[in-house]
Design a protein. Structure first.
Length: 1190
């Protein structure tokens, strides 16, 4: 096939018998595999060396020719060609079938492609193929015979017709008859017929005609012959792809495919013999049926009837099973491969490391960098040749350590921790050699990896080529990945001991030694502290370098040492949140490298002072409030009063339960508040919680207050509270009650992890081909955004939504009417805050939802790359980043559906299931009724159900009636004015219904708002643009209602951009435009509806996707990431984009970098800044186009 990088698209189609014979190197005639005595392959068998090539390199079967000098010679004794044994992975064979057999994919798939072409039901077809019924091929004179073409005849009917009409008609049975019918089909005529039918009919007939037309048109355009769906020749895959190996006990283990092939060959040979002998028809027919079943089992075992089983009743793995599922060829071998130059080990903390370093165990480093070390040893003459260098390395000769130090000095390694939920799960570090066998990880890198040191393992990978090393150093170095791509906030914020140390330094202790003293400068204050005259937390006055007198402490002066002057003097108590703000400010002002230095300083200082502070937890630090017994006593009395009321029948059991729960909730809160009010600021537990180092107030309440109410396994609150806390200890009953929650928590976590992973996989799949492919798509459309509110509470302010975006329309000051920013301006944080401060309520910004790029999005519609804080570059894989940003926090979302009384469905789904419901565009649980028109509400009743009537504003429109399901809560009142799409009852809106009522834009906004709501409730911050990218992918298809003068087929789905382009062209030519409606597809459907069949096949429903692609002769243009990974090409994103490939790497830097002129076609030069969408993907060289046949 030549160089894989010259392949520019790949086409799939049906294979004819000639094509299959063309691939083959010989016919397999015998079912034997290898001779068990000589262990050599049997001639003409499934492993035959004459057909498939020699088992040993450069050696024929009989041993006449050995060595490479006979290369290409065909042995005259055994007929084996002398060549490399690797050809046994490439050379195919074939089996000449004695009777045609149908390919089960095309006959049994849904819909049955064979059935659609022949206009027969799959059930009728099955009866013919499996020799139950006859089919009329040529009815002769219909007036005489009374038969019609394609009529199905049972055995008795056929006999009767034969006796009555003799040879005046032709009827057949089995795959041969089907093949004859398929050969007679005229695709052009059928296509015209069906197009007419689609236009002139409606309802079920139109749907059926559309489905037939799609298949017929696909075959007609691609040049596939329908008769090729029936096989005369069966290809045999190369023997090394279905190996047979000898086990220790002399037995053999073999691939299931060999068993399946053996069955086919046995039956085929038996059928040939029966035909030669002229056996009775009934026997031959039975043998043909068995051959058909054997071929079915080989192609897709278990698709029809019972699966063929091997030893232990295990179904055999057929060719289809080799492709399907997680262990199939696509997902196991093509999308994920094993690599060499990698290792894994346990991680330990490395507080002495810098941000860009990691500790690599010496013995691991030697093995990983072996070839580099060997090269150095040979180059500097320490070893005379490669062999002796290898020996030195393997003996761990003391000489190699210095060489190793040299080799790894500028060679970054990649560290990865599974599960890799987002791009920060793999980062590059410079290795530092360490003793021992554990990897050392920088403590600040833990947050991004979600790593801790309780036994976590990590994998190390070595980037080999210079290009890979350059990318690792520039793009992946941990010191450059300070911001989180999901929200643009710093991810490397100090945690735990570092926070505690900083908090200890910056807190002020009243009346400490030296309080109120004055110092001329910081140095003087530190000298006084060193001399023991001033406490580190005493409030003192110090003159700053700018002359101001500032109230501060020695601790704060020390804390400010590593912080750059540009960030300013930090004169406040510093907890985790403040540290995050400091890091953010430093990054925005000074960039990544200065921030990394500052972080290292804060880290070292934090560890030093948290050690010096000696903060620890003692039994007596858990202080139980004195008011606790009184409060419990009061609560018990209140419960007694409620019980008496219940026994007297004044309240129902349900009311009693609610009141009891209320009493205990109030008591728990009161004890908690009393506890926190009495806690000393310098109590170690309080310091840990307040600073954000570890724990929270809720946990302090459980330690020293009371544990309170617990839920049972069903989620219902148990009315017996746990009165004790952990210091007092729990009784046996209390312990039992509390273990419910613990178990549910563990079960929930396990479920959540799996569900979240699957959601991420679907999200990645649907958005993987969204890449920034051009600077500006030129659209004038945008999305109007305002602050997201929940009642009166601001969930997300306006400035956060518009910062880092490009304006679609100018922003006008509502008071002075002056233009604050022009259309096309890029807003930074300060400008966004200024717009909000001016009182602007809504701003129209460019958005991925309205981007007009043919593939992917343009930089202006996307805006800022959150991981760098700069405008996004062409080539950024924003789809994958969006999927990771939504999927990664998925594990933190709750699983459970909360019970909120009074709603039709009972439950409103929240947490992870709600996100899934939205992205899959499902009908929600507890669906809300929405108004379909603008109008005025009146409320009535009918058949015991509430009715909401909406009188439309249009004078001639009728009154719309909405039946409200029993138990649903109506949220509108008599006389209210509602708009189309507004909810009339509590619950979630069905997005598909909303789409039909109000159109695409409101659905996009609804999905965006609802997904954000779920994440915000859990305190997770995700930027809007990630959700926009996903919603864009869900609304990429248009269903054609009327094709007009276009080439579209009515009822088919086409890409929205193609639809608009076609209509623009038709408008220019003064022709009738196509008419269609935007579809909302769930992410699974959208991923399967992608234009790339390779991407869809590797996602789900592999056989269905490939069947469809082969029938239509689809061509994959290799636009997305997955298809290129499958082929082993560079992905067309980032540095792998076509127009970045012309960049040459300078391995040795020139004397003066400024002397270098950018070449004319360099993407950084003026000439190449604009990349024409769709055109940059063409290759200069004439590309080869491989075809894949099924």
């Amino acid at each position: 096939m030549g160089n894989i990088n010259h392949v520019d698209h790949i086409t799939i189609g049906l294979a004819s018998a000639e094509t299959i014979r063309g691939w083959s190197s010989g016919e397999v005639k015998k079912p034997e595999t290898i001779n068990y005595r000589t262990l050599k392959p049997e001639r003409d068998g499934l492993f035959c060396e004459r057909i498939f090539g020699p088992k040993k390199d450069w050696e024929c079967n009989c041993g006449k020719y050995k060595r490479i000098r006979y290369k290409g010679v065909i042995c005259d004794r055994c007929g084996v060609e002398v060549t490399k044994s690797s050809v046994r992975r490439e050379r195919m064979g074939h089996i000449e079938l004695a009777a045609p057999c149908t390919h089960i994919w095309y006959f049994k798939g849904i819909p049955s492609r064979m059935g659609l072409v022949l206009n027969m039901s799959p059930r009728q077809l099955e009866r013919v193929i499996y020799f139950v019924s006859y089919i009329v091929i040529d009815p002769g004179d219909e007036a005489v015979t009374g038969l019609q073409k394609y009529q199905i005849l049972s055995e008795a009917e056929y006999r009767k017709a034969r006796s009555e009409h003799g040879m005046n008609f032709v009827a057949g049975i089995g795959a041969e008859a089907v093949k004859t019918l398929l050969e007679e089909i005229d695709l052009d005529a059928i296509s015209e017929e069906l197009q007419e039918e689609v236009q002139n009919t409606s309802g079920q007939r139109q749907v059926k005609a559309t489905r037939r037309l799609e298949v017929v048109e696909g075959m007609r355009v691609s040049g596939n012959n329908p008769a090729w769906m029936v096989l005369d020749v069966l290809p045999v895959i190369p023997p090394d792809l279905r190996p047979m190996v000898q086990l220790d006990g002399g037995r053999f283990a073999t691939s299931d495919l060999n068993d399946l092939y053996r069955r086919v060959i046995n039956r085929n040979n038996r059928l040939k013999r029966l035909l030669d002998l002229g056996a009775p028809d009934i026997i031959v027919r039975n043998e043909k049926r068995m051959l058909q079943e054997a071929v079915d089992a080989l192609i897709d075992n278990g698709r029809r009837g019972r699966a063929v089983t091997g030893p232990g009743n295990r179904p055999l793995k057929s060719l289809s099973d080799m492709l399907k599922g997680k262990q199939g060829r696509f997902r196991q071998n093509l999308l994920g491969k094993r690599v060499d130059y990698s290792g894994r080990s346990v991680i330990v903390v490395g507080p002495e490391l810098k941000m860009h370093q990691c500790g690599l165990p010496k013995e691991m480093a030697v093995e990983l960098f072996k070839p580099f070390v060997m090269r150095e040893l040979v180059m500097d003459g320490t070893a005379h040749n490669v062999k002796s260098a290898k020996r030195m390395v393997e003996r761990l000769d003391p000489v190699i350590w210095d060489v190793l130090e040299n080799v790894i000095r500028d060679h970054p390694v990649l560290l990865n921790r599974a599960p890799t939920l987002h791009r920060l799960g793999i980062q590059a570090f410079e290795p530092v050699l360490v003793e021992g066998r554990a990897l050392k990880l920088h403590p600040l890198a833990c947050t991004a990896y979600n790593a801790d040191f309780d036994g976590d393992q990590m994998a190390v990978h070595v980037p080999l080529s210079t290009e890979a090393q350059a990318e690792a150093r520039i793009l992946m170095l941990a010191a450059n990945n300070i911001l989180n791509p999901k929200d643009g906030r710093p991810v490397t914020v100090p945690t735990q001991d570092m926070v505690l140390g900083s908090y200890y330094l910056t807190i002020i202790r009243p009346d400490a030694l030296g309080t109120g003293k004055w110092f001329a400068n910081a140095t003087e204050a530190k000298l006084a502290y060193d001399a023991g005259c001033v406490h580190i937390q005493a409030l003192i006055k110090v003159r700053m370098p700018d002359g101001r007198m500032v109230d501060t402490s020695v601790g704060r002066l020390i804390f400010n040492q590593p912080i750059p002057d540009e960030v300013g003097y930090i004169n406040e108590v510093v907890g985790k949140k403040q540290l995050g703000n400091i890091v953010d400010r430093c990054f925005r002002r000074l960039g990544a490298s200065k921030t990394a230095q500052m972080l290292d300083g804060i880290k070292s200082q934090g560890y030093k002072y948290s050690t010096q502070a000696g903060i620890s937890i003692g039994y007596t630090d858990i202080v139980i409030p004195d008011e606790k017994p009184l409060l419990l006593d009061e609560a018990d009395k209140e419960i007694n009063r409620i019980e008496i009321k219940f026994r007297r029948g004044l309240i129902t059991d349900d009311e009693r339960y609610q009141l009891v729960i209320g009493v205990w909730t109030r008591a728990t809160d009161a004890i908690g508040e009393a506890l926190l009010a009495n806690l000393d600021t310098f109590n170690p537990i309080n310091m840990m919680a307040t600073s954000g180092a570890r724990g929270n107030n809720q946990q302090i309440r459980q330690l020293a207050g009371m544990r309170g109410l617990m839920a049972d396994p069903s989620g219902k609150t148990i009315e017996m509270p746990i009165k004790a806390n952990f210091r007092e200890g729990l009784t046996v009953l209390e312990y039992f009650i509390s273990s419910h929650g613990a178990r549910k928590g563990l079960a929930d976590t396990a479920l959540r992890t799996a569900d979240s992973g699957y959601l991420t996989r679907r999200l990645v799949d649907v958005a993987q081909d969204v890449i920034v492919r051009e600077i500006d798509c030129g659209t004038d459309q945008g999305l109007t955004v305002s602050a997201i509110m929940n009642g009166s509470e601001v969930i997300e302010p306006l400035w956060e939504r518009i910062a880092g975006r490009v304006l679609a329309q100018p922003v006008i000051d509502p008071r002075s009417k002056e233009v604050l920013a022009e259309a096309g301006d890029y807003l930074n944080d300060d400008e966004a805050k200024a717009i909000e401060a001016a009182g602007v309520q809504a701003v129209e910004i460019r958005s991925a939802l309205t981007c007009h790029s043919r593939h992917g999005v343009c930089a202006h519609c996307y805006g800022r790359n959150l991981a760098t804080g700069q405008m996004v570059d062409v080539g950024e894989a924003v789809g994958t980043v969006a999927a990771q940003s939504i999927g990664e926090p998925g594990t933190q979302l709750t699983m459970r559906t909360f019970h909120t009384g009074g709603i039709a469905g009972g439950d409103i789904t929240q947490g992870l299931p709600r996100v899934e419901e939205l992205f899959e565009a499902r009908k929600p649980k507890g669906e809300a009724v929405i108004s379909h028109v603008d109008g005025t509400v009146s409320i009535g009743e009918k058949d015991g159900l509430t009715l909401v009537l909406v009188s439309a504003d249009d004078a001639d429109a009728k009154v719309e009636e909405y039946k409200i399901p029993f138990g649903a809560h109506v949220v509108v009142s008599e006389g209210d004015h509602v708009t189309a799409g507004q909810v009339l009852t509590e619950g979630s809106v069905n997005p598909k219904e909303l789409l039909s009522v109000t159109g695409a834009i409101s659905v996009q906004e609804y999905l965006l708002r609802e997904v954000q709501k779920v994440y915000r409730l859990q305190g997770v911050d995700i930027n809007d643009k990630h959700i926009e990218v996903m919603v864009r992918q869900m609304m990429r298809k248009v269903k054609i209602d009327d094709p007009g003068d276009s080439d579209f087929i009515a009822g088919s789905q086409v890409d929205i951009i193609d639809y608009h382009l076609a209509n623009r062209q038709l408008r220019a030519d003064k022709k009738k435009e196509a008419d269609g409606e935007v579809q909302l597809l769930g992410i699974t459907k959208a991923a399967l509806a992608t234009e790339s069949f390779l991407s869809a096949a590797s996602f789900q429903e592999t056989t269905k996707v490939l069947t469809d692609a082969a029938i239509k002769g689809k061509s994959d243009a290799l636009v997305g990431l997955k298809e290129n990974v499958i082929l082993g090409k560079l992905i067309p994103a980032g540095t792998g984009m076509r127009h970045y490939r012309k960049i040459d790497l300078l391995e040795d830097e020139p004397e003066n970098l400024y002397d270098l002129e950018p070449p004319a076609d360099d993407p950084s030069s003026e000439a190449a800044t604009e990349v024409e969408s769709g055109e940059e993907e063409t290759e200069q060289e004439e590309p080869k186009q491989p075809r894949v046949y099924i």
